[in-house]
Design a protein around this ligand. Structure first.
Ligand code: SF4
Length: 430
């Protein structure tokens, strides 16, 4: 059995970890947490997401996930129309009816999420009680959980955090004597997960579990011998819930780019005591391949100035990758929330003097962006069109969440996502 090394206290973040951060509060321009359903329903293949919301919520997920018309959908909206408090009993009965009908018609569903939203009629409903009631009725065939995707409480990637945090109490308990296991936390495309699994196998790190799992009957165990690596930077609540179950986080940058991926793997290799020579042997050819893939984009991106509006919470790791591996200049790196602890290793790698902002005051930020005239702006869909109309070149941040971008083999594709809009603009002006 492998004895895990004690986890070092999070190293005092060197370098730019002490960068001053401009904190802003004001009007925000972001999607709500319902958006996470679009990638989560593909990941957990026997789960169903029932949004309890309004027609607006139904439109949002229908248009964002319109691609699903060829398959049996695994999300839907139960529309709760306006009703007063006296009508709440009816709303609960109606919800029970909708869920019963759904589960009768779809025996493939094993995990049902009731997803809360922001209309006041929904806020009045106690979805956690509804989930407990329904879980009791449909147990053991179906587990019913709830979380909020409300735009009042969440930005779009926080939907995944809320979903996974609601699933943590369901994870089986690993005993204190269980063999150490690695948990990779955060939805990754299956292809990326398979690549990571191969790497961990070659490094003799394991057993490795991925959370969320592809099927709800494969929930990974968690306990004091669990070490977890975050694959996404927006999972603060999930990480806290795992820590409360005894698991310990391995501090690392995120697996974006060759450098980030190597450091991320290194965190697990250190905990498992992997021989450094073996680590180099496994990673060196992949680093080399990733660097070669980046070469063709370096000429297009080096020296280009990039501005991030706060949206996905991927902004800091992306900025680190673009600055260090492609030579881009960071004008402003905005993020909805800056989790100092989870981002410590990332912040330490940012170039000196990087302008960081947290939260949003849309008008002021737009003024800064217009004054800076960056070559490329990363922003939400709502800002992209107006900024393009003003002559700026934009990249939709949501695309960076939908596309497999983690790991060595995706490094070139990740660079391509930033090079493409610049090429498109160059063709337009030519
Ligand atoms: S949850 Fe709120 S912000 Fe999201 S679609 Fe529904 S009404 Fe709009």
């Amino acid at each position: 059995m492998i004895a895990l090394k004690p986890i070092p206290a999070t190293a005092p973040a060197a370098g730019c970890a002490d960068l001053p951060v401009l904190r802003e509060r004001g009007q925000r321009e972001v999607f709500c947490g319902l958006t996470g359903i679009i990638w989560l329903h593909r990941k957990i293949q026997d789960a169903f997401f029932l949004v309890v919301g309004s027609r607006t919520c139904a439109h949002l997920i229908q248009s964002a996930a319109g691609v699903m018309i060829f398959a049996e959908p695994r999300f839907a909206t139960a529309i709760i129309d306006e009703r007063d408090l006296a009508g709440l009993a009816d709303a609960n009965a109606e919800l029970d009816r909708v869920v019963t009908r759904l589960l009768e018609r779809r025996p493939d569903i094993r995990l049902l999420f009731l997803v809360g939203s922001c209309p006041s009629e929904v806020i009045k409903l106690d979805l956690s009680r509804a989930a407990a009631r329904l879980s009791h009725s449909f147990s053991p065939r179906v587990r019913v959980l709830n979380y909020s995707g409300s735009g009042i409480e969440t930005t779009f990637t926080q939907g995944e955090d809320a979903c996974l945090a609601s699933l943590v109490p369901e994870l089986p308990m690993a005993s204190a004597e269980a063999a150490p296991a690695l948990l990779v936390v955060g939805a990754l495309a299956d292809v990326v997960e398979d690549q990571m699994q191969r790497l961990f196998d070659e490094l003799a790190i394991g057993p490795v579990h991925f959370f969320p799992p592809r099927r709800s009957d494969r929930l990974p165990p968690v306990g004091p011998t669990t070490r977890f690596l975050l694959a996404q930077p927006f999972l603060a609540d999930t990480a806290r819930a795992l820590e409360e179950r005894g698991a310990a986080r391995l501090a690392a940058p995120f697996p974006l780019g060759a450098e980030g991926t190597t450091a991320w793997l290194q965190a697990a290799a250190t905990a498992w005591g992997t021989n450094p020579a073996r680590f180099r042997e496994v990673t060196a050819p992949r680093i080399e391949r990733a660097r070669r893939a980046l070469e063709r984009y370096r000429g297009e991106l080096e020296g280009k100035r990039i501005f991030f509006f706060p949206d996905s919470q991927l902004e800091v790791p992306l900025a680190r990758f673009l600055a260090r591996e492609l030579g881009m200049k960071l004008v402003e790196v905005g993020t909805p929330f800056l989790h100092r602890q989870h981002l410590a290793a990332e912040l330490a790698l940012l170039p000196a003097g990087t302008m960081l902002s947290e939260g949003q005051h849309l008008e002021r930020q737009l003024d800064r962006c217009r004054a800076a005239l960056p070559d490329l702006v990363v922003c939400g869909l709502g800002l992209a069109n107006p900024l393009e109309a003003e002559g700026m070149t934009t990249k939709w941040s949501i695309e960076l969440v939908f596309t497999p971008i983690q790991g060595y083999d995706q490094t070139g594709d990740l660079a391509e996502l930033f090079a493409r809009p610049l090429k498109r603009r160059a063709r337009l002006v030519a």
